[in-house]
Design a protein around this ligand. Structure first.
Ligand code: SF4
Ligand code: SF4
Length: 315
């Protein structure tokens, strides 16, 4: 599989990054052994880049997979901490739970936060800079859904890596259009930032247009890698085949046959836009949050794109 340098970080990553959210407790919630086996298959298959986060709670299967495979992939994690102390705790937690002395990338986890993130989280940012100076992390980054934050990140010297949201249909992009996000990304690339992409499949919405959606993400100049979530060995194989240039047969039957949409309660902001978006009246207001009645759901996926919080997931 192709590898690319991640900006000026000195880190070389595979074009396919293992997104470690969907196999964890926020989504598929695979048992530890099964999650570890999925990740081992990805690492043995050549993927050398894992994206996780403090809130994903997936450090344990990553640690186990590193131990079993003896591989040393580039790992990116992130924390929503805003203070110096909070970020230090997040870094210590990651290093302890991953059983590592150093982690590749640590981001400000700032999915929906505005441009003031760099001032409001100055303490957390200083902590990341200090840990980089001490050799605890190799690169400092920010993960964001916002065009404005992506553009601003290009101007901030200490930011080494930017992890923005973009996809073919522009689902989930904040503060601007897909074209504006493309421009913001090109500014980051021109400034020497390492850029890798999230939500290329729009949280599962574009899975039926997999090739088109992935090719769109691949076509964005200067982007080193694309993070895709994988919850089974079949999905790992499918993605590996595609990124190695072999034509995969079909989408993994397991994922297609057993899919179920749920609202991740902890992510739901209670806007109830999904209730309106569901053409089958399968979503109801339950204690101020969206709730999918499985018996009425036809798994069309329309609600996924309607949710501004990406709180509706295919599991
Ligand atoms: S659209 Fe998303 S955030 Fe809004 S109520 Fe539905 S699940 Fe919750
Ligand atoms: S997947 Fe389709 S039918 Fe099911 S809750 Fe979402 S919009 Fe409604």
């Amino acid at each position: 599989m192709k590898k690319r340098m991640l900006g000026n970080t000195g880190l070389e990553v595979t074009e396919l990054c293992f997104g470690a959210l969907p196999f964890g407790p926020l989504q598929k919630n695979l048992p530890l052994e099964e999650a570890t086996a999925v990740l081992c298959a990805a690492l043995e298959g050549g993927i050398n880049f894992i994206d996780t986060a403090q809130i994903y709670k997936t450090y344990a299967p990553i640690r186990e997979a590193l131990q079993q495979t003896k591989k040393r992939p580039v790992i990116a994690s992130k924390s929503p901490a805003s203070t110096y102390e909070g970020m230090q705790e997040a870094i210590e937690e990651a290093l302890n739970e991953l059983n590592l002395d150093e982690i590749g990338i640590f981001h400000l986890h700032a999915a929906r936060v505005g441009e003031d993130v760099f001032t409001e989280r100055q303490g957390a940012l200083e902590c990341l800079y200090d840990n980089k100076a001490r050799g605890r992390i190799k690169a400092v980054g920010i993960s964001t859904h916002s065009v404005k934050v992506t553009a601003l990140a290009a101007t901030i010297e200490g930011i080494d890596v930017v992890f923005p949201l973009i996809n073919q249909t522009g689902h989930g992009i904040l503060d601007g259009s897909r074209e504006e996000m493309e421009k913001a990304i090109s500014r980051c690339v021109a400034a020497g930032k390492g850029v890798y992409l999230m939500k290329a499949l729009a949280g599962g919405l574009l899975v039926d247009d997999y090739a088109q959606a992935v090719e769109y993400a691949r076509s964005i100049p200067g982007c080193a890698s694309i993070a895709l979530g994988m919850v089974s060995k079949a999905e790992v194989e499918y993605n590996l085949d595609y990124f190695r240039g072999r034509k995969p047969a079909t989408l993994p039957s397991l994922a297609v046959n057993k899919k179920q949409f749920i609202v991740v309660e902890s992510l739901c902001a209670g806007c109830l836009e999904c209730v309106e978006a569901c053409p089958n009246h399968a979503i109801v207001d339950k204690a101020g949050k969206g709730f999918i009645q499985q018996e009425a759901c036809l798994t069309c996926g329309y609600c996924v794109g309607a949710c501004p919080q990406f709180a509706i997931r295919l599991v």
